[in-house]
Design a protein around this ligand. Structure first.
Ligand code: URA
Length: 210
């Protein structure tokens, strides 16, 4: 598994405003979109391309275009939805699928409560959007789900991660082709499962739930 922690002052600046508890939902949503566009640039470095011949006004030349089948972007509901616009700004031709993951409050096992994805993901490059990689339960289940459908490789884009979550995903994915692209690696999880210092509940901050 590859882990890429973004290292850019614009990303850190936007993250700092997201972390600030005084930041309102409209600003939080706007900044998330901008931040994800920057992370999407990092996350798509490995996007598959193929050569294409084109004519410029001056001459014939060879360029590159994104290969078929198109990449698939999968926000994990609910908070991953807030990352979709930023990702599709850079990958407008991607197909979008949806996964709703929740945790069984008795067994603590993640389960899928909603799914809108192509049946066959053979050869597909998948980009999963999940803002907070905390314990890794829902992201790990989403990654398993996509590989079980035949995905070729999975890149997860997260605004923040805790080291515990990254370690859990690393253990779970084994030698499958997985890349994590993170806005920052935070210190730890607290006893309530929140990332520290973190930014609180990403879904609540995006959608103004109190
Ligand atoms: N999910 C969140 O929204 N925030 C955290 O800190 C951890 C999980």
């Amino acid at each position: 598994m590859r882990v890429h922690v973004a290292d850019h002052p614009l990303i850190t600046h936007k993250l700092t405003v997201l972390r600030d508890k005084r930041t309102t939902s409209p600003v939080f949503r706007q900044l998330t979109e901008e931040l994800i566009t920057l992370l999407a640039y990092e996350a798509t470095r490995g996007v598959r391309v193929e050569e294409i011949e084109i004519d410029t006004p001056v001459t014939r030349t060879t360029g590159l275009k994104i290969s078929e089948p198109r990449p698939l972007v999968v926000p994990i509901l609910r908070a991953g939805l807030g990352m979709l616009e930023g990702m599709t700004t850079l990958l407008p031709t991607a197909e979008v699928g949806f996964l709703g993951m929740a945790r069984n409050e008795e067994t603590f096992e993640p389960y899928t409560y909603a799914e809108r994805l192509p049946d066959d993901l053979s050869d597909r490059q998948c980009f999963v959007l999940d803002p907070m990689l905390a314990t890794g339960g829902s992201l790990g289940a989403a990654i398993d789900f996509l590989f079980a459908r035949g995905a070729q490789d999975v890149t997860a884009v997260c605004i923040l991660a805790a080291p515990e979550g990254v370690a859990a995903i690393e253990k779970q994915v084994g030698d499958r082709d997985v890349t994590l692209v993170l806005g920052a690696m935070d210190e730890r999880l607290n006893e309530k499962g929140y990332i520290v210092p973190g930014l609180g509940d990403a879904g609540d901050r995006l959608y103004g739930t109190v």
